[in-house]
Design a protein around this ligand. Structure first.
Ligand code: PLP
Length: 376
């Protein structure tokens, strides 16, 4: 089997797994308890917070552990709105993940206006374009760091500056970017940033929201005093420890992983071209996530291509994993204005740290076969 759907989820890192084990089997105490058996999990939480903070240039007390990207996005969007009695607007890009879009739908039902900014055909939201949408009192701007379907990376520092010039909070959904590209929250200037462990070889069901010191948003969960009283609930200690270990490892290996992934992208597209396969690559040629290729094959059906590749033991996606039950054209491809012939023939290939160059070769060969009508 060749797994080429790392944007949907990744294989757990071996060291992260080993780091988690003691907190599932031995040191399983509740970190909030005062007795000595709770000391190890408490210490592990503190160390994990320090490690995560260090990997993104934050301070440890700016990291709030959550159940993943969806919760972090919900918290950022709804938590910002709920602090605003004037019901000012939220501005978001039109190709956000549904965790942001549906959180916006929720605040819109509560009476907060929501404004959508369309990315350009390369999948980039420019500061100039964003500025044009700042025509009414606004509370929050949320633009994802890197798009999960086409991989385009946004000019976050510039967008954030535009937001701050207008006195507006800035959140970025960096679920696809953290652990894959260098991120320093202080250099970016963002107020909030969402991340999810299972996208960077950590365990599923755990993530974090970075909230810059001094930024007050409504607590997500009401309950106990965990996470400085801002996100109640007994901490997923093993998950958090695994997340920190995976993030540290991915960060340490980032340069060599990116180089390998760039070589794989290059090889795959070169093989398709030399075989005469008709395709275009979506997203920004210069600014994109390493290893993610959104390819459109006019005349082929993305869904059919996915199933053919599956029969050959290759996992790819047509769009976001959470959209795969829906057969309509993805909102991301619509947002970049891709015509329906190309959009219908689109698949997403996303290689990760555990892929080898030979995987890119095998995926290319399989696509060439399908394109030529020679199915396995
Ligand atoms: N945001 C983006 C950009 C994503 O790609 C995903 C997952 O697909 C999420 C949010 C949701 O993250 P999680 O699966 O941790 O809830």
């Amino acid at each position: 089997m060749i797994y080429a759907d790392n944007a949907a989820t990744t294989r757990l890192d071996d060291d992260a797994f080993e780091a988690m084990k003691p907190f599932l089997l031995d040191s399983y105490g509740n970190p909030s308890q005062p007795y000595s058996f709770a000391r190890a999990p408490k210490k592990a939480l503190r160390q994990a917070r320090e490690t995560v903070a260090q990997c993104i240039g934050a301070d440890p007390d700016e990291i709030f552990f959550t159940s993943g990207g969806t919760e972090s996005d919900n918290w950022a969007v709804k938590g910002s709105a709920l602090m605003d009695p004037e019901k000012k607007a939220a501005i978001v890009s039109a190709f956000e993940h549904h965790a942001v879009l549906n959180s916006c739908a929720a605040i819109s039902r509560m009476g907060y206006p929501v404004v959508f900014v369309r990315p350009d055909p390369d999948g980039i939201v420019t500061a100039e374009n964003l500025e044009k949408h700042l025509t009414r009192p606004t509370r929050l701007i949320s633009v994802m760091y890197a798009n999960n379907e086409i991989g385009s990376i946004q000019p976050i520092a510039e967008l954030c500056k535009t937001a701050h010039d207008h006195g507006v909070l800035f959140h970025t959904d960096a679920v696809q970017a953290v652990g894959h590209v260098p991120i320093n929250v202080h250099e970016l200037g963002v107020d909030m940033l969402s991340a999810s462990a299972h996208k960077f070889n950590g365990p599923k069901g755990v993530g974090f929201l970075y909230i810059r010191k001094g930024i007050d948003i409504y607590p997500h969960n009401d309950g106990g005093a965990q996470e400085s009283g801002r996100r109640a609930g007994t901490e997923n200690v093993a998950g958090i420890v695994g997340m920190a270990a995976a993030l540290k490892k991915n960060t340490d290996l980032m340069k060599e992983t990116s180089e390998k992934l760039a070589a794989m992208e290059q090889l795959l597209t070169a093989k398709l071209k030399s075989a005469g396969v008709d395709f275009i690559r979506n997203g920004s040629p210069e600014h994109h996530l390493p290893g993610l290729l959104s390819l459109s094959f006019p005349g082929l059906e993305g869904e059919a291509l996915l199933h053919r590749l599956d029969l050959m033991g290759i996992c790819v996606a047509t769009g976001a994993a959470c959209d795969s039950k829906e057969t309509q054209i993805s909102h991301v491809l619509q947002a970049i204005g891709l015509d329906s012939t190309h959009a219908r023939g689109t698949i997403r290939i996303s290689f990760g740290r555990y892929n080898e160059i030979s995987d890119a070769e095998a995926v290319a060969a399989a696509i060439v076969k399908v394109a030529a009508g020679r199915f396995a």
